[in-house]
Design a protein around this ligand. Structure first.
Ligand code: SF4
Ligand code: FES
Length: 239
């Protein structure tokens, strides 16, 4: 494929140095099949070693590389330059998170909201090879969510500084409800709390941007039905 000239317009931010944030442009000649992440690696190696961005797996499994590409939340590792219509590619960090530097944001609050006690995390993240049944050489994740934060960034409610727990956490909570119904009371208390489902404005952005097909909005709709059912039961049986 012919080499293409592309301009990367990246929002730079370094507290105390590049502050407030401002855009910086980098011009690159690349194979259009190059991923945005590989282009970032090239910029960091050849043009500016201070550029900050996150990545790990390079294959849409770890969730660390999510950012906004031309205004839409995507994983940089699986977004190829040829998929983007424009020759200028604008990169900004996820929204709704505290910025740390350039494309890196603080994900701690988001991770903290997903309880480590929820079974899907225990099984998918903590399994050791010695736990695998005989003849099984590897394991797959039980859930599709890679905790990338894209849905949180795209959610209009989080942009209003609302205390919303967010789409990914509610999706995880709904999965946990199905797998561990004995914990339903506590889980429903979180779903129905002041940070919970009622803050969702049904924009569906979460499902649109999710790179792994979690469709968080469907899980939120499930929770809404359960909460409404519970409220109806309470009204019918006030004791
Ligand atoms: S639900 Fe989808 S968009 Fe949200 S954190 Fe999980 S993988 Fe990312
Ligand atoms: S680098 Fe792991 S999901 Fe992109």
């Amino acid at each position: 494929m012919p080499i293409k000239k592309v301009i990367f317009k990246i929002l730079r931010y370094k507290p105390g140095h590049i502050d407030p944030a401002r855009f910086q442009e980098f011009t690159l000649e690349v194979d259009p099949a190059t991923s945005v992440l590989d282009a970032l690696e090239f910029i960091r190696l050849k043009q500016d070693s201070t550029l900050m961005y996150r990545h790990s797996c390079h294959h849409s499994s770890c969730g660390t590389c999510a950012c906004r590409i031309n205004g839409i939340e995507r994983l940089t590792c699986i977004t190829k330059i040829q998929e983007l219509a424009d020759d200028t590619i604008t990169l900004t960090p996820l929204e709704g998170f505290k910025p740390i530097g350039d494309l890196v944001v603080d994900m701690n609050r988001f991770y903290d909201d997903i309880s480590e006690e929820w079974s899907y995390l225990k099984k998918a993240e903590k399994v050791k090879s010695i736990d695998l049944p005989a003849g099984i050489g590897h394991f797959s994740r039980f859930e599709n969510c890679i905790e990338c934060g894209a849905c949180v960034s795209a959610c209009p409610v989080r942009h209003k500084n609302a205390p919303f727990i967010g789409p990914a956490v509610l999706a995880a909570l709904n999965c946990e409800l199905k797998k561990a119904p004995q914990g339903a009371k506590d889980l429903m208390a979180i779903a129905g709390s002041k940070r919970g489902e009622h803050l969702c404005e049904r924009a569906l952005n979460c499902s649109r941007v999710c790179p792994t097909g979690v469709y968080p909005a469907r899980h939120i709709a499930d929770l809404r039905r359960l909460i409404e059912k519970k409220n109806l039961e309470k009204t019918a049986n006030p004791k």
